[in-house]
Design a protein around this ligand. Sequence first.
Ligand code: PHE
Length: 454
Amino acid sequence: MKKRESWGTHVGFILAAAGSAIGLGNIWKFPYIAGENGGAAFVFVYLICIALIGLPVLMAEILMGRETQRNPVGAFRALNNSKFWIAVGGMGVVAGFLILSYYNVVAGWALGYIVEAIKGSFFDYTTPAMAGEHFNQLVQTPVWILGYHLLFAGLTMFVVYAGVKKGIELGSKIMMPLLFVIIVILVIRGITLPGSGKGMAFLWVADWSKINGNSVLVALGHAFFTLSLGMGAMMTYGSYMSREDDIPSSALQIVILDTLIALLAGIAIFTAVFSAGLNPAVGPGLIFQTLPVVFAKMPGGYLFSILFFILLVLAALSSAISLLEVIVAYFVDEKGWDRHRAVLVMGTIVFLIGVPSSLSYNLMADVKVFGLNFFDLVDYLAANILLPLGGFLIAVFVAWIWGSDRALRAIKSGAATWFRQRHEVSAGWLSVLKYFAPVMIFVVFLYSIGIIRF
Ligand code: PHE
């Protein structure tokens, strides 16, 4: 039997996992939901959710992967061979298909926008409405939308095809530093614009009146999405770690990097948006409709617009490969497929599942299920239902089913002294998984599917 693949270096794992976490969630979604939910006060709540729930669940996921050296289905099977828990792993693989299918579409838009930026298209706009019109025209052109969708799906397949070390790890080692450099350049541009202080104030001075039940729940839901939790992506990446690796410190580093990039993206975007005198609370169109106008007004905007959309594609690609890897690892571990076949067959299937999402803005705009178009339906199902449910079940599984003693012993192995030798820290981790995280996630879950409202 062939030896299972693994990471070449510890830093390779950290960059790949941070690459999974840092994605469209950080650069596209975080700024607009912060914008819609009142800025600083929301950011504060989000940070609490990340620290108190995101970090402990992230540790649990990586742990399950590292202990079993398996994909999500194999991991549950190895720890508890019951149909129910194996199905929970299977749900993660299904979520991988669904999330990647529409993630490819949005990332395709970003890819297309690099070309628009290079063409200088943004300089024709003076208002977000005009930029929005242009966006609508593009997404209503099937060739444009399917072409970039296919191109992005192909890029993702290319990286995963090359394997864990030579594809994902190498790719992350190139993409992540580049991403970091670009975001720092954009932050410097943002804070040196006239009137940027208003954007900073928006992010850092809390308006507590804007915080309500809804914003708390949006913050918790986003904490899951942004850390790639609830569907086994981090479990799969953890499965390529060695048993001696330090999970608590690694998880902490991943969380810090992810949060840092989200905050830097917020600074870069809000300083620029406020400096151009535009509205920060416009929702999902912030990046594709407001920012192009901001770039048109900004000194050096041509160059910065190209950099920005490259940043978006790099972030999206390093996340998309982790989604595809969950699916590929499943077929390699469980079905005995070879990696190349799994990537080609499954990558193509994911692309095909994404086609109706791509067409949701043109040919299939009128096809609605529960009042949602296909794109929104898949997004809703995956991000609002499958991820929180998966996160809930993973926390319950590790703390209650696999069991406290085994989980504690396992997580301490390889852990740095700050975790291993402080009983309150390791016991705290376990209590969060046992009580706090499941209860909080359960509340969010009921809220997000509309069973409770407050
Ligand atoms: N974390 C990614 C982002 O922020 C999205 C993602 C979710 C990736 C789940 C993998 C698994 O964009």
